[in-house]
Design a protein around this ligand. Structure first.
Ligand SMILES: NC(=O)c1ccc[n+]([C@@H]2O[C@H](COP(=O)([O-])OP(=O)(O)OC[C@H]3O[C@@H](n4cnc5c(N)ncnc54)[C@H](O)[C@@H]3O)[C@@H](O)[C@H]2O)c1
Length: 278
C-alpha cells in the first residue's frame, strides 16, 4: 500500500448500514481510519456493520459508533455531524451513500409526483443537507499536513465523497427521477468542491453503473431480463463488486487524492464512453 493511501482520521459514513456504504466502512477501516461513525435510518444494520468492520480494521485504536439519522431532516443531519465532532474531536472523511432508487420505471409523461419528490428528497436534498453540515464542521477545524517523497504538503481540513452514479451523466429508460437526482448530486459535488477549496475541504463523487449489492442480486434473480440488460451493456459482462467502488472511495479520502477536488470518478468499465453496438 502506498503510504499516501493510508488513512488515520475520523470518518463518518452516511448510509453505512448496507450496500456500498457498508463496504465503504470496511474499506476505510482497512485503510487505517481510527474512528468510523455509521449513520443510517437502519440503526440495526449500522450496529451490525460496525461490529463486522472490526475484522478489517488496521488501526490499533479503531473504534466505531452509530447514529440514527434521516438525511431528509436538516436538524437530524446537523445533530449527526455535531455528534461526531463532540465525541471524536474532528471530522476528516465523510462518505455520503444514503440513497434510494427510482422505484417503478415509467416514461417522463407518466411520472408519479410523490415518487419524484421522495427520490429528490433523499438523493438531492438529503445529500445537500449532509454536505452542508459536514463542510460547516470541517471549515472550523485545523488543516492537516502529510509528508510525502517530495516533502510536507497541506492536505486540508477534510474530504467528502458523494455517491453519485453513471446516471449523473446518462439516462436509463424509465429512470428520470433517479437520473435527475444523480445529476443534482454531481452538481452539488462540483459546487461544494469549488466553494470550499480555499478552506481546504475537498468534495468529490464516485459514479458507478451496476454495483453488486444484495438488492441488485435479488433484482437479477427476480428479473432475468435486467441481468441480460446489464451484461449486454457492460463490456466485461458483470456488475462491479461493492469493494471496486468502496476502495476508490477510500482513495479519494486519502492524502494520495489531496489535489483531486470538485470532480468525479466514473466506475463503469467504459459503459458511458460510447454507444454500444453489440
Ligand atoms: N447499487 C448500485 O448499483 C448503485 C449504482 C450507482 C449508484 N448507487 C448509489 O449508491 C448509494 C448506495 O446505494 P446501495 O446500492 O448501496 O443501496 P442500499 O439500499 O444498500 O444502501 C442505501 C442506504 O441508505 C440508507 N438510507 C436510505 N434512505 C435514507 C434516509 N432518508 N436517511 C438515512 N439513510 C437512508 C438505507 O437504510 C441504506 O442503508 C445510493 O446513493 C445509490 O443511488 C448505487
Amino acid at each position: 500500500m502506498l503510504s499516501s493511501t493510508r488513512l488515520d482520521g475520523i470518518a463518518l459514513v452516511v448510509g453505512g448500514a448496507s450496500g456500498i456504504g457498508q463496504q465503504a466502512v470496511y474499506s476505510l477501516a482497512e485503510a487505517g481510519a481510527e474512528v468510523i461513525v455509521l449513520a443510517d435510518l437502519n440503526e440495526e444494520g449500522a450496529i451490525a456493520t460496525a461490529e463486522e468492520s472490526k475484522q478489517y480494521a488496521s488501526n490499533k485504536n479503531y473504534r466505531t459508533a452509530t447514529f440514527k439519522v434521516d438525511v431528509t431532516d436538516a436538524e437530524q443531519v446537523h445533530g449527526m455531524v455535531d455528534f461526531v465532532v463532540r465525541e471524536f474531536g474532528r471530522l476528516d472523511y465523510c462518505v455520503n451513500s444514503a440513497g434510494v432508487d427510482n422505484g417503478i420505471h415509467a416514461p417522463v409523461a407518466d411520472t408519479d409526483i410523490d415518487n419524484f419528490n421522495k427520490v429528490q428528497d433523499v438523493n438531492s436534498k438529503g445529500l445537500m443537507l449532509c454536505v452542508r453540515a459536514e463542510a460547516a464542521a470541517m471549515r472550523k477545524q485545523e488543516p492537516r499536513t502529510f509528508r510525502g517523497r517530495s516533502g510536507e504538503r497541506d492536505i486540508g481540513r477534510g474530504a467528502i465523497v458523494n455517491m453519485a452514479s453513471a446516471n449523473s451523466f446518462a439516462g436509463l429508460p424509465g429512470k428520470m427521477s433517479y437520473t435527475v437526482s444523480k445529476h443534482a448530486a454531481l452538481a452539488l459535488t462540483k459546487m461544494a468542491g469549488m466553494d470550499h477549496a480555499s478552506e481546504g475541504i475537498r468534495c468529490n463523487a464516485v459514479c458507478p453503473t451496476w454495483v453488486q449489492t444484495p438488492l441488485l442480486d435479488i433484482e437479477f434473480q427476480k428479473n432475468p431480463q435486467s441481468y441480460a440488460e446489464m451484461s449486454a451493456v457492460v463490456p466485461i459482462k458483470r456488475a462491479a463488486k461493492c469493494e471496486e467502488v468502496s476502495d476508490a472511495i477510500a482513495f479519494l479520502c486519502s492524502p494520495a487524492a489531496s489535489y483531486i477536488n470538485g470532480t468525479s470518478l466514473v466506475i463503469d468499465c467504459a459503459v458511458t464512453t460510447t454507444i454500444r453496438l453489440h
